[in-house]
Design a protein around this ligand. Structure first.
Ligand SMILES: [Zn+2]
Length: 256
């Protein structure tokens, strides 16, 4: 009897370290899973694979009436129609936490990119809102550099304007324009239109209120060469008509 009790006690003693070992293993697994999750999260952020969920940013001015102001969404900005210096735009940070856009376009942009993601596509917003003041600085630096080489102000301005949009003339300063590229092809060149992402965007953008702002063969009207990646929010009604008729925002605004 005494011997049996001793044996049981011995077994119990042996069992204790085994339980501890199991516990440690479980803890290790939990820790590993936690850190792997964080690493994946970081990688996704780095590569811009972010689930576009407007709900996440509920505090940033996403009210029900957003998208309702049609007139604002139809603002025309080009070389002849610069934005006024005091143009104000309500900005929200995009889910990539890098770029900013007009609050009005935020939800439609997220919905569009999420819809594409559900089709297995991966996008990257590579340019969105651009500050007029910053643009003015860059532009003027270039003008001054040319003037230092003997150009008159007018000639320097004209020369710089061939490559860079004069301050206030870029649609990006409205917060309604977004350059969107394929995650695995981020060049702003002729190859972009052959990516699955760009083909899908051009086909579906109007459903979300976006248009391809600078189409092919419309350079004489837009004064901007074809940009397959530049999408502009104008609201659903205008977007559907513009994309269906294959016209530009300039032509649409003349008709209404
Ligand atoms: Zn652009």
């Amino acid at each position: 009897m005494y011997q049996r009790q001793n044996a049981i006690q011995r077994r119990k003693k042996k069992k204790a370290p085994r339980c501890l070992g199991k516990l440690l293993l479980i803890l290790l697994w939990v820790a590993a899973a936690f850190f792997m999750g964080r690493a994946v999260g970081k990688a996704e952020k780095y590569y811009g694979i972010v689930e576009y969920q407007p709900e996440e940013f509920g505090e940033q001015g996403l009210e029900d009436d957003l998208g309702g102001d049609e007139a604002e969404a139809l603002i025309l900005v080009n070389k002849e129609n610069p934005l006024p210096d005091d143009y104000e735009v309500e900005l929200v940070t995009l889910p990539d936490r890098v770029h900013k856009g007009a609050s009005q376009a935020y939800e439609p942009l997220c919905e569009m990119l999420n819809a594409g993601r559900r089709e297995g596509l991966a996008f990257e917003v590579c340019s969105a809102y651009r500050d007029i003041e910053r643009q003015r600085q860059l532009f003027e630096e270039d003008v001054v550099a040319l003037m230092a080489r003997g150009y008159s102000y007018e000639r320097a301005y004209e020369e710089v304007a061939k490559e860079t949009m004069p301050p206030g003339c870029s649609e990006h300063s409205t917060g309604l324009a977004f350059d969107i590229v394929a995650l695995d092809y981020q060049l702003l060149d002729a190859g972009q239109e052959r990516t699955e992402e760009n083909i899908w965007l051009r086909e579906h953008c109007a459903e979300y209120g976006f248009i391809l702002r600078y189409p092919k063969d419309k350079e004489d009207i837009t004064q901007i060469s074809y940009e397959s990646w530049h999408f502009r929010y104008v609201g659903e009604k205008a977007a559907k008509e513009i994309m269906e008729r294959g016209i530009t925002l300039e032509e649409y605004l003349k008709d209404i």
